[in-house]
Write a protein that binds this ligand. Sequence first.
Ligand code: PLP
Ligand code: COI
Length: 341
Amino acid sequence: MAFGFTKTDFVYINDSYNPDTGRWENEGQFLGPDDPKLMVHYASYGVNYGNSIFEGAKAYLGKDGHVRLFRIEENGKRFGRSAEGILMPPVPVDLFVKKVKELVIKNRNYIPAFDPDPNNRGSLYIRPLLIGEPGLGVRRAENPTFLIFVSPVGPYYATGFNPLHGMVIHHMVRAMPGGHGAYKTGANYVMSMLATAYAKKNGCQEAIWLDGYRHENIEELSACNFMCRIQNTLVTPALSDTILAGITRNSILRLAREQLGMTIEERDLPLEEVLTDADETFGCGTAAVITPIGKISAYHGRYTQEITKDVGELSRKLYDMLTGIQWGVVDDPFKWVTILD
Ligand code: PLP
Ligand code: COI
Protein backbone atom coordinates (compact mmCIF):
# COMPACT_ATOMS: atom_id res chain seq x y z
CA MET A 1 0.00 0.00 0.00
CA ALA A 2 1.31 3.43 -0.94
CA PHE A 3 0.77 6.82 0.70
CA GLY A 4 -2.20 7.96 -1.34
CA PHE A 5 -5.82 9.02 -1.14
CA THR A 6 -8.58 6.43 -0.84
CA LYS A 7 -12.15 7.53 -0.37
CA THR A 8 -13.76 6.32 2.86
CA ASP A 9 -17.38 6.35 4.05
CA PHE A 10 -17.42 9.55 6.10
CA VAL A 11 -15.92 13.03 6.03
CA TYR A 12 -16.42 15.57 8.81
CA ILE A 13 -17.31 19.17 8.06
CA ASN A 14 -18.05 22.14 10.26
CA ASP A 15 -19.09 25.46 8.76
CA SER A 16 -20.49 26.91 11.94
CA TYR A 17 -17.83 29.47 12.86
CA ASN A 18 -19.46 32.80 13.60
CA PRO A 19 -17.07 35.77 13.33
CA ASP A 20 -19.49 37.92 15.34
CA THR A 21 -19.48 35.67 18.39
CA GLY A 22 -15.99 34.27 17.78
CA ARG A 23 -17.37 30.76 18.35
CA TRP A 24 -17.92 27.52 16.47
CA GLU A 25 -21.68 27.45 17.00
CA ASN A 26 -22.30 23.73 16.53
CA GLU A 27 -20.48 20.42 16.29
CA GLY A 28 -20.69 20.09 12.49
CA GLN A 29 -21.68 16.90 10.69
CA PHE A 30 -20.43 13.69 9.13
CA LEU A 31 -21.23 13.36 5.43
CA GLY A 32 -20.75 10.80 2.71
CA PRO A 33 -17.56 11.45 0.70
CA ASP A 34 -19.37 12.72 -2.41
CA ASP A 35 -21.74 15.11 -0.68
CA PRO A 36 -21.82 18.44 -2.58
CA LYS A 37 -21.37 20.31 0.72
CA LEU A 38 -17.80 19.01 0.77
CA MET A 39 -16.82 20.69 -2.49
CA VAL A 40 -14.39 23.57 -2.11
CA HIS A 41 -15.57 26.87 -3.60
CA TYR A 42 -13.54 28.17 -6.57
CA ALA A 43 -13.34 31.62 -4.98
CA SER A 44 -12.12 30.29 -1.62
CA TYR A 45 -9.24 32.25 -0.10
CA GLY A 46 -7.68 28.84 0.48
CA VAL A 47 -7.69 28.03 -3.22
CA ASN A 48 -6.72 31.51 -4.38
CA TYR A 49 -4.21 32.76 -1.84
CA GLY A 50 -3.28 29.74 0.24
CA ASN A 51 -5.33 30.67 3.33
CA SER A 52 -5.44 27.07 4.49
CA ILE A 53 -3.76 24.99 7.14
CA PHE A 54 -3.73 21.28 7.85
CA GLU A 55 -2.67 18.58 10.28
CA GLY A 56 -1.47 15.01 9.89
CA ALA A 57 -2.10 12.23 12.38
CA LYS A 58 -2.71 8.48 12.21
CA ALA A 59 -5.01 5.86 13.73
CA TYR A 60 -3.47 2.43 14.29
CA LEU A 61 -5.26 -0.90 14.55
CA GLY A 62 -3.29 -3.03 16.98
CA LYS A 63 -2.77 -6.78 17.01
CA ASP A 64 -5.14 -6.74 19.99
CA GLY A 65 -7.91 -5.28 17.81
CA HIS A 66 -7.87 -1.87 19.55
CA VAL A 67 -7.78 1.38 17.64
CA ARG A 68 -5.19 3.85 18.91
CA LEU A 69 -4.38 7.51 18.39
CA PHE A 70 -0.96 8.98 19.18
CA ARG A 71 -0.64 12.32 21.04
CA ILE A 72 -3.64 13.67 19.17
CA GLU A 73 -4.01 16.69 21.51
CA GLU A 74 -0.63 17.87 20.24
CA ASN A 75 -2.00 17.92 16.70
CA GLY A 76 -4.95 19.92 18.00
CA LYS A 77 -2.65 22.46 19.64
CA ARG A 78 -0.47 22.79 16.55
CA PHE A 79 -3.60 23.23 14.41
CA GLY A 80 -4.44 26.20 16.62
CA ARG A 81 -0.94 27.69 16.31
CA SER A 82 -1.02 27.32 12.52
CA ALA A 83 -4.45 28.97 12.36
CA GLU A 84 -3.21 31.91 14.41
CA GLY A 85 -0.10 32.11 12.20
CA ILE A 86 -2.26 33.08 9.23
CA LEU A 87 -4.93 34.89 11.25
CA MET A 88 -7.61 32.25 10.93
CA PRO A 89 -9.90 31.52 13.86
CA PRO A 90 -8.56 28.45 15.69
CA VAL A 91 -10.63 25.36 16.38
CA PRO A 92 -10.86 24.52 20.12
CA VAL A 93 -8.59 21.56 20.88
CA ASP A 94 -11.40 19.58 22.53
CA LEU A 95 -13.65 19.93 19.46
CA PHE A 96 -10.72 18.91 17.22
CA VAL A 97 -9.93 15.82 19.31
CA LYS A 98 -13.57 14.79 19.70
CA LYS A 99 -14.30 14.96 15.97
CA VAL A 100 -11.08 13.14 15.02
CA LYS A 101 -12.07 10.32 17.38
CA GLU A 102 -15.63 10.10 16.07
CA LEU A 103 -14.55 10.20 12.44
CA VAL A 104 -11.97 7.44 12.94
CA ILE A 105 -14.55 5.18 14.56
CA LYS A 106 -17.04 5.87 11.76
CA ASN A 107 -14.37 4.83 9.24
CA ARG A 108 -13.06 1.97 11.38
CA ASN A 109 -13.37 -0.57 8.55
CA TYR A 110 -10.69 1.26 6.60
CA ILE A 111 -7.95 0.97 9.22
CA PRO A 112 -5.37 -1.50 7.90
CA ALA A 113 -4.66 -4.47 10.17
CA PHE A 114 -1.29 -4.62 11.95
CA ASP A 115 1.48 -6.23 9.91
CA PRO A 116 4.79 -7.15 11.55
CA ASP A 117 6.69 -6.16 8.39
CA PRO A 118 7.22 -2.36 8.42
CA ASN A 119 7.08 -2.28 4.64
CA ASN A 120 3.60 -3.82 4.59
CA ARG A 121 2.27 -1.91 7.53
CA GLY A 122 -0.56 0.54 7.05
CA SER A 123 -2.54 2.95 9.17
CA LEU A 124 -5.44 5.34 8.78
CA TYR A 125 -4.05 8.78 7.96
CA ILE A 126 -6.06 11.65 9.45
CA ARG A 127 -6.07 14.97 7.64
CA PRO A 128 -7.77 17.92 9.39
CA LEU A 129 -8.05 21.09 7.28
CA LEU A 130 -9.09 24.67 7.81
CA ILE A 131 -9.96 26.27 4.48
CA GLY A 132 -10.69 29.95 3.83
CA GLU A 133 -14.15 31.04 2.68
CA PRO A 134 -14.89 32.60 -0.73
CA GLY A 135 -13.65 36.15 -1.25
CA LEU A 136 -11.55 38.18 -3.61
CA GLY A 137 -9.30 40.77 -2.01
CA VAL A 138 -6.12 39.53 -0.35
CA ARG A 139 -7.14 39.35 3.29
CA ARG A 140 -7.46 37.02 6.23
CA ALA A 141 -10.05 34.27 6.10
CA GLU A 142 -12.34 34.90 9.05
CA ASN A 143 -15.09 32.38 8.36
CA PRO A 144 -13.33 29.18 7.32
CA THR A 145 -14.53 25.62 6.98
CA PHE A 146 -13.12 22.99 9.33
CA LEU A 147 -12.97 19.62 7.61
CA ILE A 148 -11.42 16.23 8.42
CA PHE A 149 -10.93 13.34 6.05
CA VAL A 150 -9.10 10.06 6.49
CA SER A 151 -7.39 7.63 4.15
CA PRO A 152 -5.70 4.25 4.64
CA VAL A 153 -2.00 4.63 3.85
CA GLY A 154 1.27 2.73 3.71
CA PRO A 155 4.82 4.10 3.94
CA TYR A 156 5.24 7.71 2.80
CA TYR A 157 8.41 7.09 0.82
CA ALA A 158 8.33 4.41 -1.87
CA THR A 159 11.55 3.04 -0.37
CA GLY A 160 9.59 2.15 2.80
CA PHE A 161 11.68 1.38 5.86
CA ASN A 162 14.92 1.29 3.86
CA PRO A 163 17.61 3.93 3.50
CA LEU A 164 16.75 6.66 1.05
CA HIS A 165 19.05 8.99 -0.83
CA GLY A 166 18.56 12.64 0.11
CA MET A 167 19.66 15.67 -1.88
CA VAL A 168 20.72 18.87 -0.19
CA ILE A 169 19.16 21.89 -1.88
CA HIS A 170 21.56 24.82 -2.19
CA HIS A 171 19.75 27.04 -4.66
CA MET A 172 16.20 27.17 -3.29
CA VAL A 173 14.75 28.07 0.10
CA ARG A 174 11.87 26.49 2.01
CA ALA A 175 11.54 29.01 4.84
CA MET A 176 13.15 32.23 6.04
CA PRO A 177 13.46 33.70 9.53
CA GLY A 178 10.38 35.79 10.17
CA GLY A 179 8.38 33.69 7.69
CA HIS A 180 5.82 30.92 7.98
CA GLY A 181 7.99 27.78 7.97
CA ALA A 182 6.82 26.66 11.41
CA TYR A 183 3.12 26.74 10.50
CA LYS A 184 1.48 23.84 8.76
CA THR A 185 0.11 25.84 5.86
CA GLY A 186 -0.35 24.33 2.42
CA ALA A 187 1.93 27.05 1.07
CA ASN A 188 4.97 25.52 2.82
CA TYR A 189 4.54 22.31 0.88
CA VAL A 190 4.13 23.72 -2.58
CA MET A 191 7.53 25.37 -1.95
CA SER A 192 9.10 21.92 -2.22
CA MET A 193 7.86 20.86 -5.66
CA LEU A 194 10.79 22.18 -7.71
CA ALA A 195 13.29 20.93 -5.15
CA THR A 196 11.85 17.40 -5.09
CA ALA A 197 11.84 17.32 -8.88
CA TYR A 198 15.48 18.46 -8.82
CA ALA A 199 16.37 15.77 -6.28
CA LYS A 200 14.66 13.10 -8.37
CA LYS A 201 16.37 14.26 -11.56
CA ASN A 202 19.62 13.67 -9.73
CA GLY A 203 18.70 10.15 -8.65
CA CYS A 204 17.60 11.08 -5.11
CA GLN A 205 14.20 10.66 -3.45
CA GLU A 206 13.88 13.68 -1.22
CA ALA A 207 15.08 17.25 -0.73
CA ILE A 208 17.06 18.21 2.37
CA TRP A 209 16.63 21.91 3.16
CA LEU A 210 19.29 24.25 4.50
CA ASP A 211 18.69 27.45 6.43
CA GLY A 212 17.60 30.14 4.02
CA TYR A 213 20.03 32.79 5.26
CA ARG A 214 23.51 31.27 5.26
CA HIS A 215 22.72 28.01 3.45
CA GLU A 216 24.93 26.26 5.98
CA ASN A 217 22.79 24.38 8.47
CA ILE A 218 20.42 21.52 7.80
CA GLU A 219 16.85 22.41 8.74
CA GLU A 220 14.48 19.60 7.73
CA LEU A 221 13.13 17.58 4.83
CA SER A 222 10.07 18.60 2.82
CA ALA A 223 7.77 16.32 4.82
CA CYS A 224 9.62 15.46 8.03
CA ASN A 225 12.26 16.55 10.55
CA PHE A 226 15.93 15.62 10.36
CA MET A 227 18.06 13.83 12.97
CA CYS A 228 21.50 12.34 13.07
CA ARG A 229 23.56 10.27 15.46
CA ILE A 230 27.14 11.35 16.08
CA GLN A 231 28.65 8.64 18.28
CA ASN A 232 26.22 8.38 21.23
CA THR A 233 24.62 11.79 20.76
CA LEU A 234 21.39 12.37 18.92
CA VAL A 235 21.51 15.75 17.20
CA THR A 236 18.64 17.59 15.56
CA PRO A 237 18.20 21.19 14.41
CA ALA A 238 16.81 23.40 17.18
CA LEU A 239 13.23 24.53 16.63
CA SER A 240 12.79 27.98 15.18
CA ASP A 241 10.31 29.84 13.02
CA THR A 242 11.68 28.03 9.96
CA ILE A 243 11.11 24.45 11.15
CA LEU A 244 7.89 22.55 11.82
CA ALA A 245 7.77 21.40 15.46
CA GLY A 246 7.23 17.71 14.78
CA ILE A 247 5.35 15.60 17.31
CA THR A 248 7.40 12.60 16.19
CA ARG A 249 10.60 14.66 16.67
CA ASN A 250 9.60 15.53 20.21
CA SER A 251 8.65 11.90 20.97
CA ILE A 252 11.90 10.49 19.60
CA LEU A 253 14.01 12.94 21.59
CA ARG A 254 12.19 11.86 24.74
CA LEU A 255 12.57 8.14 23.97
CA ALA A 256 16.26 8.55 23.18
CA ARG A 257 16.95 10.61 26.29
CA GLU A 258 14.79 8.87 28.84
CA GLN A 259 14.70 5.28 27.61
CA LEU A 260 18.05 4.91 25.87
CA GLY A 261 20.06 7.29 28.06
CA MET A 262 21.42 9.15 25.03
CA THR A 263 22.70 12.69 25.01
CA ILE A 264 20.42 14.97 23.00
CA GLU A 265 21.50 18.14 21.26
CA GLU A 266 19.03 20.58 19.70
CA ARG A 267 21.20 23.15 17.97
CA ASP A 268 22.47 24.43 14.65
CA LEU A 269 23.51 21.42 12.61
CA PRO A 270 25.99 22.33 9.85
CA LEU A 271 25.78 20.28 6.66
CA GLU A 272 29.58 19.92 6.76
CA GLU A 273 29.40 18.32 10.20
CA VAL A 274 26.75 15.84 9.06
CA LEU A 275 28.76 14.89 5.98
CA THR A 276 31.95 14.32 7.97
CA ASP A 277 30.80 13.10 11.40
CA ALA A 278 27.32 11.58 11.24
CA ASP A 279 27.16 7.85 11.93
CA GLU A 280 23.43 7.64 11.10
CA THR A 281 20.87 10.04 9.70
CA PHE A 282 17.10 9.77 9.42
CA GLY A 283 13.93 11.73 8.80
CA CYS A 284 11.02 11.54 11.26
CA GLY A 285 7.38 12.51 11.04
CA THR A 286 3.87 11.13 11.15
CA ALA A 287 3.83 10.09 7.50
CA ALA A 288 7.56 9.31 7.28
CA VAL A 289 7.64 7.59 10.73
CA ILE A 290 11.42 7.03 10.87
CA THR A 291 12.96 6.93 7.42
CA PRO A 292 16.69 6.19 7.34
CA ILE A 293 18.77 8.40 5.06
CA GLY A 294 21.58 6.20 3.81
CA LYS A 295 23.20 8.63 1.39
CA ILE A 296 23.33 12.39 1.11
CA SER A 297 24.27 14.22 -2.08
CA ALA A 298 25.25 17.86 -1.79
CA TYR A 299 26.72 20.73 -3.78
CA HIS A 300 24.48 20.11 -6.78
CA GLY A 301 25.39 16.45 -6.90
CA ARG A 302 29.15 17.04 -6.99
CA TYR A 303 29.57 15.29 -3.64
CA THR A 304 27.86 12.19 -2.26
CA GLN A 305 28.43 10.75 1.19
CA GLU A 306 27.28 7.26 2.04
CA ILE A 307 26.38 7.31 5.71
CA THR A 308 24.97 3.81 6.12
CA LYS A 309 24.28 1.00 3.66
CA ASP A 310 21.48 -0.50 5.69
CA VAL A 311 19.02 0.72 8.28
CA GLY A 312 21.15 2.01 11.18
CA GLU A 313 20.98 0.36 14.58
CA LEU A 314 19.57 3.42 16.35
CA SER A 315 17.04 4.10 13.57
CA ARG A 316 15.74 0.57 13.94
CA LYS A 317 15.65 0.71 17.71
CA LEU A 318 13.75 4.01 17.75
CA TYR A 319 11.44 2.79 14.98
CA ASP A 320 10.59 -0.30 17.04
CA MET A 321 10.06 1.72 20.21
CA LEU A 322 7.88 4.37 18.57
CA THR A 323 5.76 2.09 16.40
CA GLY A 324 5.57 -0.43 19.24
CA ILE A 325 3.84 2.22 21.37
CA GLN A 326 1.62 3.32 18.48
CA TRP A 327 0.44 -0.21 17.73
CA GLY A 328 0.19 -1.27 21.36
CA VAL A 329 2.94 -3.88 21.06
CA VAL A 330 5.00 -2.42 23.91
CA ASP A 331 4.17 -0.40 27.04
CA ASP A 332 3.27 3.25 26.65
CA PRO A 333 5.50 4.81 29.34
CA PHE A 334 4.52 8.42 28.64
CA LYS A 335 0.77 7.87 28.19
CA TRP A 336 0.93 9.06 24.60
CA VAL A 337 -1.76 6.75 23.28
CA THR A 338 -5.54 7.05 23.41
CA ILE A 339 -7.40 3.78 22.93
CA LEU A 340 -10.63 4.47 21.05
CA ASP A 341 -12.32 1.15 20.74
N1 PLP B 1 8.36 18.79 9.06
C1 PLP B 1 7.50 18.89 8.06
C2 PLP B 1 7.76 19.88 7.00
C3 PLP B 1 6.34 18.08 8.05
O1 PLP B 1 5.45 18.17 7.06
C4 PLP B 1 6.14 17.15 9.08
C5 PLP B 1 4.94 16.30 9.09
O2 PLP B 1 3.95 16.60 9.64
C6 PLP B 1 7.06 17.08 10.10
C7 PLP B 1 8.17 17.91 10.06
C8 PLP B 1 6.89 16.13 11.24
O3 PLP B 1 5.83 16.47 12.09
P1 PLP B 1 5.01 15.37 12.87
O4 PLP B 1 6.02 14.49 13.51
O5 PLP B 1 4.22 16.12 13.86
O6 PLP B 1 4.20 14.64 11.88
C1 COI C 1 2.63 14.26 8.01
O1 COI C 1 3.64 13.61 8.25
O2 COI C 1 1.56 14.02 8.57
C2 COI C 1 2.62 15.36 7.07
O3 COI C 1 1.77 16.20 7.19
C3 COI C 1 3.56 15.40 5.95
C4 COI C 1 2.78 15.45 4.68
C5 COI C 1 3.57 16.11 3.64
C6 COI C 1 2.32 14.09 4.25
